[in-house]
Design a binder for this molecule. Structure first.
Ligand code: ASC
Length: 552
């Protein structure tokens, strides 16, 4: 095992991610941030310096469970204080499991501003994956707005509410095209044909392949809003990994990927080697108003500048949810994956609703919209100081006569900062229940992400979860993941073991939704957090005085 010492300078910089100049958040002059590559068992020591002049920052290592290092999870007001301008924070943690991961900002809307990058954990040398491949590529997907995230954030917090609307572009490894299309001559568009020399910041990153080989393509989505579908023209994909866990391989024409998810797919280059092929990314789950993100799969037998002769794959209809479900339900654990406990100790029913709080538009869970406190939970719970957050636990369930198919009869919710507390090794079930939004007959997709854990996805269903639905749970080969989607007007059932002392966020990975309160806080056996907590992580809010006093 190796210790990697990495310096990260977080800064704003001018870039043209989609050929249109904008301020983006980058790291060490790069956007997306540098790709971190390590081997399972390695330790990462990331010295993060905040080079922003007027904002705090933190970075979350998405999919890394942080066993024994809950203060390194990188969630502002939860696992640490935001790092002040000019200051440096040391994130030290081990990457214990191979897989496709990423990192991103977790303060305000900094992820949507471009603060993200890839984190690839390989198997230790000498160990073999349960599938074969000759080479690999990495695609980090995101969505991009021309309105600044500050402006977006103020709109979301204003009365009247201003929604962020759909993104201007989709980015593949931080590159998209807003003013032109790579496929202009092949599709219905008013955009001109893109003409690149190749060194432009918005020129697509082309995947160069040899014929008759198998490639592993790692795909992760750090979108702020968009649910995506990715396809590679004329090629099949074999799904083998999801969120750092092996899955039972299955063949598809395209994959759906929600914000917070990652996959590995195998691609065999068995098509005509005298052609190049489109790699396309499109929006699903919301009425799309964003052109497809595109790049090219280049067979090295011909020039990379030869465009494919047929149009890019058509993204499946945005509201064909049966198709989305069919894909999602195919994801099952590979044999040998740890199986879930057969029984649970505590079961939470979490109703997801769009709400009003004093006239402001919010999202609430069991009628509580999450507002983060000024003192990070991990610090206030570990050091036992009162008054940092609502001492009352939020509700474990919701009224069973709530009609999830209709807009709420009373849309008013409360703001809250309460915590669900779990004992060490308790088996926790969460039934996420989706519901209708405030206006019209509609319900939206929400990808829920859990920090500090993977969970087993035991089942999905349409409508309201009923007693007896748990008799159909898959306890044999449910997929282990860190992100699970709830479909419109449906439910999703998860199980995890509270075996990781710390405080963990569990939230909708859609950035504006989290900002509007769509999350809950889980605290697990925090008294068992024994090893030395870096004090500088908690010197804010009411702990500032407390930690100083103890020091003197
Ligand atoms: O949170 C949201 O608000 C808008 C809409 O419901 C109100 O403008 C939308 O599409 C969301 O996802």
């Amino acid at each position: 095992a190796v210790r990697h010492r990495i310096r990260f300078n977080v800064e704003y910089m001018y870039r043209e991610p989609d050929c249109h100049e904008h301020v983006v958040m980058g790291i060490n002059g790069q956007f997306p941030g540098p790709t971190i590559t390590a081997e399972a068992g390695d330790t990462l020591e990331i010295l993060l310096t905040n080079k922003l002049s007027t904002e705090g920052t933190v970075i979350h290592w998405h999919g890394i469970r942080q066993y024994g290092t809950p203060w390194a999870d990188g969630t502002a007001a939860i696992s640490q204080c935001a790092i002040a301008p000019g200051e440096t924070f040391n994130y030290t943690f081990t990457v214990d499991r191979p897989g496709t991961y990423f990192y991103h900002g977790h303060f305000g809307m900094q992820r949507a501003a471009g603060l993200y990058g890839s984190l690839i954990v390989n198997l230790p040398k000498g160990k073999k994956e349960p599938f074969h491949y000759d080479g690999e590529f990495n695609l980090l997907l995101s969505d991009w707005w021309h309105k600044s995230t500050h402006s977006q954030e103020v709109g979301l917090s204003s009365m009247p509410f201003r929604w962020i609307n759909e993104p201007q572009s989709l980015l593949i490894n931080g590159r998209g095209q807003y003013n032109c299309s790579l496929a202009a001559s092949l599709i219905k568009t008013s955009l001109p044909q893109c003409k690149f020399r190749g060194n432009e910041q918005c020129a697509p990153q082309i995947l160069h392949v040899d014929p008759n080989k198998t490639y592993r393509i790692r795909i992760a989505s750090t979108t702020s809003l968009a649910s995506l579908n990715l396809a590679i023209g004329d090629h099949k994909l074999v799904v083998v990994e999801a969120d750092g866990n092996y899955v039972k391989p299955f063949i598809v024409d395209d994959i759906d990927i929600y914000s917070g998810e990652s996959y590995s797919v195998l691609l065999t280059t068995n098509q005509d080697p005298k052609k190049n092929y489109w790699i396309s990314v499109g929006v699903r789950g919301r009425p799309p108003n964003t052109p497809q993100g595109l790049t090219i799969l280049n067979y090295k037998t011909i020039s990379a500048s030869v465009f494919p002769t047929s149009p890019p794959p058509i993204t499946p209809q945005w509201d064909d949810y049966n198709r989305s479900k069919a894909f999602t339900y195919k994801i099952l654990a590979l044999k040998g994956t740890e199986q879930p406990p057969q029984h649970y100790d505590r079961r939470l029913f979490l109703l997801n609703t769009q709400n009003l709080v004093d006239g402001y538009t919010k999202w609430a869970i069991n009628n509580v919209s999450l507002a983060l406190p000024t003192t990070p939970y991990l610090g206030s719970i570990r050091f036992n100081v009162n008054g940092a957050f609502d001492p009352k636990s939020p509700p474990d369930n919701f009224s069973m006569d709530y009609d999830i198919l209709k807009p709420p009869l009373n849309p008013n919710a409360k703001i809250g900062s309460g915590v669900y507390m779990f004992q060490f090794n308790q088996v926790v079930d969460v039934i996420l229940q989706n519901a209708n939004v405030m206006k019209g007959k509609n319900s939206e997709i929400h990808p829920w992400h859990l920090h500090g854990h993977d969970f087993w996805i035991l089942g999905y269903g349409d409508g309201k979860f009923k007693q007896g639905d748990d008799s159909k749970f898959n306890l044999k080969n449910p997929p282990l993941r860190n992100t699970a989607v709830i479909f419109p007007h449906g439910w999703t059932a998860l199980r995890f073991k509270a075996d990781n002392p710390g405080v963990w966020a569990f939230h909708c990975h859609i950035e504006p939704h989290l900002h509007m309160g769509m999350g809950v806080i889980f605290a697990e056996a925090v008294q068992n957090v024994t090893s030395t907590i870096p004090r500088d992580a908690f010197a804010c809010g009411i702990l500032k005085k407390f930690l100083n006093k103890e020091h003197n």
